[in-house]
Design a protein around this ligand. Structure first.
Ligand SMILES: Cc1ncc(COP(=O)(O)O)c(C=O)c1O
Length: 471
């Protein structure tokens, strides 16, 4: 695996993780004190280190949903009082979401399902014949929609290999952008594998110098750092509610209005049209043009609440909290022989709180199962829907990802470091085996939580592994 260890100051490395000041959660999240069963029969507060996949709801988001549910009614076409209240709430949520990413006055915010949905939508409105440029480090959500839309709309998508450094990658981008008129360059705001990013403002300047628009896959950046369309000059940003502490099924695409006003409507149906006759359809402009069908009103309100709550944090608080946790994790892992932290570029700055590592010689699925069963820690293992990047990192066999967010405390990070140290020193205490492509505890006695809907499953947590999906 081509791994470049993250550098930390000597003072930081020398300090044992456990003697550091505790880092509390930045905001309360629902489930922050939920306990889970361990294989030794005890219970522990769940150490959720999988925020990059889906983050828990902020308590304020849950409260907001509870508050507005009694007001919920049909939107846009309802004449009733509550329909009008719900419509106003939906439209004001759109404004909050746009404000959170510092949209320009003429930008448009479209409520989608998630980042994948947003990027598919955007890929479908690139003018016909448009050329698309994408790097080979992207999450599949920022790769496949562009390739697929090229096949459909006669556009072309070029997948550019990254350089060994940020500087080399910027040079490669500059050179490629000059070779032909690209309509759009689409880049990750922060890698879902390593948390790293390219300097977006520089990328935007390079692209704009050649008349190329820039879309930012903000799935990891927006919840971890916030984002400004106006300051970066990026043309579009896509992000997901369930990664932004609002797991109620909404996401957003925010950016330049022109392509969205005229591009092929993403979903055909009611609400997206002005007039329909047997022989012709007159579509609405954006955002309605791309929001056919009944919108996810509650999801949008939840996402807006999360956006408002994150925006109300003191300046720099989000960054400081994540940096403290990430540095603690990197330093802690750095003290363990046999753990290697992955980096894409040695010269990238300010990675977000998402970090991937391997334990060479040990299956990532086994390590992840051990962390869960014996320590109550939730991490992600696999290839993180970024197969080209994992191959580039020499980790096609998979890796382990730990990610933090506003509800994370240093206890979770320290627990992970301690658990990995024990794993390498003593090995797991339970026995593990692969069942249906999933590492599970042999003779698992952990009970499934008593909640409606799980009754039909077999009695143990092992049964909840789920179907094998794209890892
Ligand atoms: C960087 C990045 N882009 C896109 C996505 C897709 O997000 P969603 O599954 O919410 O559509 C993810 C999800 O993990 C991601 O991390």
């Amino acid at each position: 695996m081509s791994v470049i260890a993250e550098t930390t100051s000597c003072a930081e490395v020398d300090a044992p993780v456990s003697t550091r000041e505790p880092v509390p959660a930045l905001l309360p999240v629902v489930g922050g004190d939920t306990t889970v069963p361990l294989v030794d029969g005890t219970q522990r507060v769940y150490a959720n280190l999988d925020y990059a996949a889906s983050a828990p709801a902020l308590e304020s988001v849950a409260a907001r949903v509870t508050e507005v549910l009694p007001l919920y009614a049909s939107v846009h076409r309802g004449a009733g009082y509550l329909s009008q209240v719900s419509t106003a709430l939906y439209e004001s949520s759109r404004q909050s979401i746009a404000r959170f990413v510092d949209a320009r006055p003429d930008d448009v915010a479209i409520i989608t399902r998630n980042t994948t949905d947003s990027l598919n939508l955007l890929a479908g409105v690139v003018p016909a014949g448009g050329k698309v440029l994408v790097l080979d480090v992207e999450h599949h959500a920022n790769l496949l929609p562009w390739v697929q839309s090229s096949q459909r709309h006669g556009n072309t998508t070029t997948i550019l290999p990254i350089g060994r450094t940020v500087a080399e990658t910027l040079d490669a981008l500059r050179t490629e952008l000059a070779t032909q008129p690209y309509a759009i360059l689409t880049i990750t705001g922060a890698s879902n594998v390593t948390g790293e990013s390219l300097p977006i403002e520089e990328v935007v300047a390079l692209a704009h110098a050649e008349g190329t628009r820039v879309a930012v896959d903000g799935a990891q950046l927006v919840p971890h750092r916030g984002f400004s369309l106006a300051r970066t000059g990026a043309d579009y940003v896509a992000f997901s509610g369930h990664k932004t502490y609002a797991p109620f099924g909404a996401g957003a695409l925010v950016g330049r209005r022109d392509w969205l006003d005229t591009g092929t409507p993403y979903l055909a149906g009611g609400g997206a049209v002005r007039d329909v006759r047997a022989d012709r359809t007159v579509w609405q402009p954006a955002p309605a043009r791309h929001e056919a069908g009944s919108p996810n009103v509650i999801g949008a309100i939840a996402l807006a609440e999360a956006c408002d709550r994150l925006a109300a944090l003191p300046a720099g608080a989000l960054l400081a909290h994540e940096e403290a946790l990430r540095a603690r994790l990197v330093d802690g892992l750095g003290t363990i022989d046999g753990v290697e932290v992955a980096r894409i570029w040695p010269d990238s700055a300010d990675p977000v709180g998402v970090l991937t590592f391997t334990v060479p010689g040990h299956d990532p699925g086994l390590v992840a199962a051990y962390l869960s069963a014996e320590h109550g820690i939730g991490v992600r293992d696999g290839r993180f829907c970024a197969h080209p990047l994992l191959a580039h990192l020499g980790a096609s066999g998979g890796a382990i990802r730990a990610s933090v967010g506003v509800g994370t405390t240093s206890e979770a990070v320290d627990r992970l470091v301690d658990a990995l140290r024990r794993y390498l020193a003593d090995g797991p205490t339970a026995r593990y085996d692969v069942v249906d492509a999933c590492w599970t505890v042999v003779d698992d006695t952990r009970p499934l939580v008593q909640v409606h809907g799980l009754d039909a499953l077999a009695a143990t947590a092992a049964a909840a592994c789920g179907p094998a999906l794209d890892d």
